[in-house]
Design a protein around this ligand. Structure first.
Ligand code: BTN
Length: 291
């Protein structure tokens, strides 16, 4: 794509996972900016070890290989800039204004999930893996801390529901009320190649910003401004704990601060559900945007 680093865009009819493909390419020395796009993934990866499924030819399934040389405690920004560029593209192509739900989901204005983002670092560079919510494919969790070294290559994938589901009836029962698509939101099919092009154009200056401290501060500020979790009543679901509180802040490492009975708790990784209080418009008392 002229004027950007994304000049090597590899299209697949089917691949197991565009993230897996680019992680392997990274290990073989592929440069910053390679993009993989698939019509269909046979083993699409979601956050927290989940699968990401979509019918062939309906949605945007893409990953980008970045070599941003970020300090370990800022590596969450690689996923953040992809989520922000995804939001930019949605606005440009459809006029919808998505929110970003922590850590990186795009939500439609009605609170349903439009897109998810998964960042993974090269398993061969496990020593440099940052702490969660950034996912490491080796399962390592130790960051190198501070601002050492160039860091591992980072693959960031985004799955965006562009034309599927076209209607709630297309969804498995468990996703009705929690997932939506651009088509469903705007009432017409949306051109996936337009969304891809717009996303990559928006991503270029955001990735460029990761190279400088002032740029990183700017991107973190953009993320905070678009993050609809801050200020929301949330239920935090961890492997061994579940609590409800008000999300009040993001730390510089990208962790979510949730105030519970006057005490601030820091959420590093896990599921966060936005809950609405009874009496609020559209309140169901239940999940609004589960993953
Ligand atoms: C989530 O769980 O919300 C994140 C989903 C990320 C899915 C995308 S689709 C393209 C890329 N390849 C994968 O295997 N996963 C990501």
């Amino acid at each position: 794509m002229p004027g950007t680093r994304f000049n090597d865009i590899r299209h697949f009819d089917t691949v197991d996972s565009t993230n897996r493909y680019l992680l392997d390419e990274a290990r073989s020395g592929a440069p910053d900016g390679v993009v993989a796009v698939a019509e269909h993934q046979s083993a699409g990866r979601g956050r927290l070890g989940r699968r990401w499924e979509a019918p062939a030819g309906a949605n945007l399934l893409m990953s980008v290989l970045l070599r941003p040389g970020l300090p370990a405690d800022h590596r969450h920004l690689a996923a953040a800039v992809v989520a922000l560029a995804g939001a930019d593209a949605v606005m440009t192509v459809t006029g919808l204004e998505p929110g970003v739900k922590w850590p990186n989901d795009l939500l439609a204005p009605d609170g349903r999930k439009l897109a998810g983002v998964l960042a993974e670092a090269d398993a061969g560079a496990a020593a440099h893996l940052p702490p969660p919510p950034f996912a490491g494919s080796s399962g390592g969790s130790g960051g190198s801390g501070g601002s050492g070294g160039p860091g591992p290559p980072i693959v960031v994938g985004i799955g965006m529901n562009v034309n599927w589901p076209a209607a709630d009836a297309d969804l498995p029962a468990g996703l009705v009320g929690s997932a939506t698509s651009l088509q469903q939101q705007v009432g017409r099919p949306v051109d996936r190649s337009e969304v891809l092009e717009s996303l990559l154009r928006a991503l270029e200056p955001r990735v460029a910003d990761l190279a400088t401290e002032s740029g990183r501060i700017g991107q973190a500020g953009d993320f905070r401004a678009r993050c609809c979790t801050i200020g929301a009543r949330v239920r935090v679901e961890l492997a061994d704990d579940c609590f409800e509180g008000t999300a009040t802040d993001l730390t510089s490492e990208g962790h979510l601060v949730v105030e519970v009975d006057g005490v601030a708790r820091r959420v590093v990784a896990g599921d966060v559900v936005h809950v609405r209080s009874a009496g609020e418009p559209g309140a169901s008392g239940g999940r609004v945007a589960p993953e």
